[in-house]
Write a protein that binds this ligand. Structure first.
Ligand code: MN
Length: 482
């Protein structure tokens, strides 16, 4: 095939700023000892990095969706694409939408390379770039011309720590009051949503809930955030929230989004009930673990990332009077505050008193152990739920809740609970006779949350009101909070 024909056929020089040399024109170049390479970050329909090696007067090219691997344990897909003209190595600019490869192109790295092997199926090179140096091999994986992988043959760069695939969130201890030693703490508002740890790699997000469930498809809003981070590799801790009609985070509003995993349904819902990610901590960044850094340093790095977009933000933190910040949270109708020790590392997966939470509203996670039919309009359907919290001998009965439900929530509960029906109560402790009468018992698998006034001396919730389901919590991790 004549040189660069495919390249020229895909492009109209009148419509793209990319260099398009005429047929027959061939760039000549002074013979130098080393050929050049370039990596271009390309925000096309799907973000990718174009890896190009100068060879025989053209740039032999691969599109690498996740960018150059820095970790020899992780190979990256590399799609072999058409040869590009040598002039392309200097190209940066915006390819118009609708044209081939429409989107912004920037030079991510460039330099020279030594060629160790070049065959139809395998290319071994040593890169000398500004961002990346080291030995790499590209190898063909299938019969199609496009199917290649890229592997780093050298060890990772010095001090490179691979990004962990799982960091469990650090949890706060509930307190009645803000700490007295104000000056040792920073304060943040407590956001009424669901906790999320977001892993960003190669411009793509992976979102894990508190119980390690992958909920990435449920929150497509985070894709744009990940793409905006380009080749940065990082782990963020934060809260996914939905706002009520007054613009406050609302756990109730988020209920509509929490269980939906069907992509089409999610897309529809995302316009009706948009979700926002509030990033309040950064745990890993570009080959470096930040878990051992104190809060102040992690916070400084977090703020330097300038995370701010249509569906993501870094919420503020405050230093000073905890009382005043708690009062402000109450005034603004927020759930409460967190006090975080300025000098504390990130205790992954632990409940630590380096983080304290003070709530304006008392809430308790509960496991549903049964339900009772309602009266009147709710006759035959769910009237109230019988609730438990795991105790020393099994599930402790902690009361029943009959208010706070929407009709949609009751329908959802019915469809969730009916396949879980069983003949015996799942509780280890006694249930007052009037509540046990006519009850339908269920396997204790569904976790919800109630607001309540206080605990009675007998360990029963006084005045509970339903807040919603907690698919992000497992029954075994529910604990009596206060
Ligand atoms: Mn490209």
């Amino acid at each position: 095939m004549p040189e660069l024909l495919t390249y020229r056929n895909k492009r109209d020089p009148a419509r793209t700023p990319e260099p398009v040399p005429g047929a027959g024109k061939r760039t000549t170049k002074r013979k130098s000892k080393r050929d050049t390479f370039v990596v271009q970050e390309h925000h096309a329909t799907a973000l990718h990095w174009d890896f190009r090696l100068e060879r025989d007067g053209v740039l032999v090219s691969w599109a690498v969706p996740k960018g150059l691997p820095l970790d020899p344990d992780v190979n990256h897909l590399a799609v072999h694409t058409e040869d590009h003209p040598l002039e392309y190595a200097a190209f940066e600019g915006e390819i118009p939408k609708g044209e081939y490869g429409g989107g912004a192109v920037t030079i991510w790295d460039h330099g020279t390379y030594e060629c160790e092997k070049w065959s139809e199926r395998e290319v071994k090179v040593v890169l000398h770039g500004e961002r990346v140096t080291g030995r790499y091999v590209l190898f063909k994986t299938g019969s199609r011309d496009r199917d290649w992988m890229m592997h780093r043959m050298d060890p990772p760069p010095a001090d490179y720590t691979p990004m962990p695939s799982l960091i469990r969130p650090m949890l706060a201890v509930l307190r009645e009051e803000v700490p007295r030693d104000d000056d040792k703490f920073a304060y943040e508002f407590k956001w009424d949503g669901v906790r999320a740890i977001v892993y960003v790699d190669g411009g793509r997000p992976r979102v894990l809930s508190r119980n390690d469930r992958d909920v990435t498809v449920s929150y497509p809003e985070l894709r744009a955030m990940a793409e905006s981070l380009g080749s940065r590799q990082l782990v963020l801790d934060g809260e996914i929230v939905a706002m009520d009609e007054r613009g406050r985070p609302s756990f109730e509003a988020l209920q509509a989004r929490m269980h939906v995993t069907n992509a089409a349904q999610v897309r529809r819902l995302a316009t009706q009930v948009p979700a926002t990610f509030l990033a309040f901590d950064v745990l890993h960044l570009d080959g470096r673990s930040l878990l051992d850094e104190p809060y102040t340093e992690r916070r400084r790095i977090l703020e330097s990332l300038n995370l701010s977009g249509p569906s993501w933000q870094t919420p503020p933190h405050f230093e000073g009077s905890g009382e005043a910040i708690l009062a402000a949270s109450k005034e603004q109708g927020l759930e409460g505050v967190l006090a975080k020790r300025l000098d504390s590392r990130y205790h992954a997966g632990k409940r630590s008193d380096c983080w304290l939470k003070v709530k304006n509203l008392r809430t308790q996670e509960v496991v549903i152990g049964g339900w009772k039919p309602g009266e009147g309009r709710r006759k035959g359907a769910i009237g109230s739920l019988l609730l438990g919290v795991p105790g020393t001998d099994g599930l402790d009965y902690v009361g029943h809740v009959g208010t706070g439900f929407t009709d949609a929530m009751l329908r959802e509960l019915e469809s969730m609970l009916s396949p879980l029906e069983r003949t015996e109560p799942p509780f280890a402790t006694a249930i007052p006779r009037p509540h046990a009468k006519d009850a339908h018992w269920v396997e204790p698998q569904i976790v919800g949350e109630v607001a309540f006034g206080e605990w009675t001396k007998a360990g029963i919730l006084r005045h509970p009101a339903w807040r919603g389901l907690r698919p992000d919590k497992d029954p075994a991790e529910v604990t009596r909070e206060s």
